[in-house]
Design a protein around this ligand. Sequence first.
Ligand SMILES: C[S@@+](CC[C@H](N)C(=O)[O-])C[C@H]1O[C@@H](n2cnc3c(N)ncnc32)[C@H](O)[C@@H]1O
Length: 201
Amino acid sequence: MQLDSPLDAAYWSARYAQGQTGWDTGAITPPLLNYFLQMRLPRTARILIPGAGRGYEAEYLHAAGYDHVFVADIAPEALRDLQARVPGFPATHLLEQDFFALPTAPPYDLIVEQTFFCALDPSLRPAYAQQCAALLRPGGTLMGLLFDTEFSPPGPPFGGSRAEYESYFAPYFDFVHFETATNSIKPRQGKELFICLKKRQ
Ligand SMILES: C[S@@+](CC[C@H](N)C(=O)[O-])C[C@H]1O[C@@H](n2cnc3c(N)ncnc32)[C@H](O)[C@@H]1O
């Protein structure tokens, strides 16, 4: 597939500047909230939210006492929005960086995925899985949501299927959950997979 324009910082910045942010739910979504409420990670855990956008998950985790939450996004507008909403969020944890260029040390304990994978050029999917594995400590977790549906071209978003995705993650991760989410927001019901993958030791 040949994309018409690169999905670079200029592209995503323009989407924010023009208010074309249809993916933005305005709040943390139930599958992620439910996971966070049940997870048993120490408050010192290092958590990364790549392609975080306005970062509602980061806002929630910060308020819940997790002090080492990092968000990475190439669009400064998105990071500025989070900073304005949550002035206490550490400025040094707002990483205006390309996910694929993030340093892999020190490692993260948890990576949170929501509508970032589907925003990437699909040719980058194997590299996404590889970079997630590189960023996590052995036994670390990649969790979140992946669309299990197709979208009308042109993307983003770019859809896909469970069978396709499995092949990207299988080289690095054990699959704890990889099934249709039961508590998606209404427009996404039946169309997204809840994933929880553990990086192999
Ligand atoms: C569809 S939006 C999703 C934002 C957020 N996860 C949400 O659910 O609201 C995709 C986000 O990924 C960011 N992004 C795209 N490519 C990126 C890259 N290579 N590295 C870091 N962020 C990137 C965009 O700027 C945008 O904020």
